[in-house]
Ligand binder design. Structure first.
Ligand SMILES: Cc1cc2nc3c(=O)[nH]c(=O)nc-3n(C[C@H](O)[C@H](O)[C@H](O)COP(=O)(O)OP(=O)(O)OC[C@H]3O[C@@H](n4cnc5c(N)ncnc54)[C@H](O)[C@@H]3O)c2cc1C
Length: 403
């Protein structure tokens, strides 16, 4: 049975993450929003603390690498494991600052990709790396099956050629997980991911993007020109299993979409908490025990947003809980991402509206959160793509039958 309260074993972690968000992220939030592309050096100390917690075992695999599915541990019991710990702690950190969470050393989306598909030897070898994830190309965004970056086997190395755009942490990370095709003619089954280390002479960061939100996070354009990587840095199996299709690569998304949903949940929570305080200061108290229609319009709107937030929160917890309990969760991961991505944007922008000029000004962080949350409805699959995946799953249709 699923119990949707925060499990007792994760409460300390949630508490710690909340303290870090409040005392370490919030105070530097505006600084790095304004100083786009400047590295938030304060995060180095924080990352060292998180490493220390992991080493001491008191952090139980939370964070980007916590998404690995442990098939060997299937003793039939119900688990509140590392996936749940990850979404809970990420939501708290994004209550502090989403851009800074995305800039945390060793917590990149590439780390989740490694945790999802690497074999045991690779997992050990890449332990401690900070990995970005590069899927998107100038001509390929939502349709990730049509990527054109190529990987050709030459002796005991693969040679990568292509261009990747919008790579989060692409400049700062120690390595980039690059999606490339071994043979375009074999379709999506031939898409594999490769770990390319910073400093590889074939990999070049061309430029950094200026953005609407999450400005603390660097977003890079990277080119690969005859970029040679050891064959052993192809993640998982090099076999092209046409029957399995895209399943291997897509397993990453089942694990990362709940994390992105958790970011939206955390950022929206920050907006709700601050807006409730600002409303109270203006004499509008939201009463959770009385029907919305007998309260002021502002309070009624606030209660509707709380309901939306709760739905997003529960779907996110469910998707992570299913991963912890080795249940297929593609449908639920997309549902969580679609709901949290959409209501995250709606809530943060509505909070700006409810707070009026205070919401729009830089005196508070509400305007920043409305900018930061938009990306969470775009990357790791847009709103429309999540709805498409949900429809396919519910109707039992393939990607060729419903596009
Ligand atoms: C700040 C930022 C950070 C990013 N970080 C990363 C990263 O780290 N790694 C990475 O690989 N990528 C990253 N991305 C890229 C991101 O994943 C893509 O932008 C996203 O997948 C959408 O692709 P696109 O921009 O090419 O839009 P398109 O795919 O061109 O879509 C444009 C619009 O059409 C809609 N659409 C597309 N296809 C369909 C369809 N079949 N049915 C209905 N509607 C459809 C989309 O939902 C969207 O609204 C990042 C992007 C940004 C802005």
């Amino acid at each position: 049975m699923i119990n949707l309260e925060t499990p007792k074993k994760h409460r300390v972690l949630v508490d710690q993450a909340h303290q870090v968000a409040m005392n370490m992220l919030r105070p530097i939030s505006r600084k790095y929003d304004q100083a786009e592309h400047e590295y938030p050096k304060e995060l180095d100390m924080l990352a060292a603390m998180i490493d220390g917690l992991s080493d001491s075992g008191s952090n139980e695999g939370a964070g980007a690498t916590g998404v690995r599915r442990d098939e060997s541990a299937d003793d039939g019991s119900v688990k509140n494991g590392a996936n749940l710990a990850s979404v809970l702690s990420i939501a708290e950190m994004c209550w502090g600052d989403t851009g800074l969470l995305l800039s945390m050393p060793r917590q990149g989306l590439g780390n989740s990709a490694i945790a999802s598909v690497a074999n045991d030897e690779q997992l050990k070898r890449f332990e401690g790396t900070w990995a970005a994830m590069a899927i998107t190309e100038p001509s390929t965004g939502s349709d990730s099956a049509s990527i054109t970056t190529t990987a050709r086997l030459d002796g005991d190395e693969y040679v990568l050629n292509g261009e990747k755009i919008f790579v989060t942490s692409g400049d700062r990370a120690d390595s980039v997980v690059v999606w490339a095709t071994l043979d375009k003619a074999l379709g999506r089954a031939a898409i594999k991911s490769f770990v390319v280390k910073k400093g590889n002479p074939g990999m070049k960061v061309e430029r950094l993007e200026h953005k609407l939100g999450i400005r603390a996070s660097d977003t890079a354009v990277i080119t690969f020109t005859d970029c040679r990587v050891p064959a052993s840095d192809l993640l998982g199996s090099p076999e092209v299993d046409v029957k399995q299709g895209f399943a291997g690569a897509m397993a990453t998304f089942d694990n990362t979409r709940p994390l992105v949903a958790a970011m939206a949940v955390g950022c929206a929570r920050a907006s709700l908490d601050l807006t409730r305080d600002l409303l109270a200061q203006a004499g509008i108290v939201v009463d959770y025990d009385r029907p919305a229609q007998v309260q002021s319009a502002a309070a009624a709107k606030f209660l509707q947003m709380e309901a939306d937030w709760e739905a997003a929160h529960l779907l996110t917890m469910q998707a992570a809980w299913m991963a912890d309990n080795r249940k297929p969760n593609s449908l639920e991961a997309s549902m969580a991402k679609a709901k949290a991505g959409r209501v995250g944007s709606d809530i943060t922008l509505s909070c700006v509206e409810l707070a009026g000029s205070v919401g729009y000004s830089e005196a508070e962080l509400l305007e920043k959160w409305s900018r930061d949350s938009k990306i969470l409805d775009i990357f790791e699959g847009t709103q429309q793509i999540q709805l498409l995946i949900i429809a396919r799953r519910l109707l039992g249709l393939t990607s060729a039958e419903l596009r």
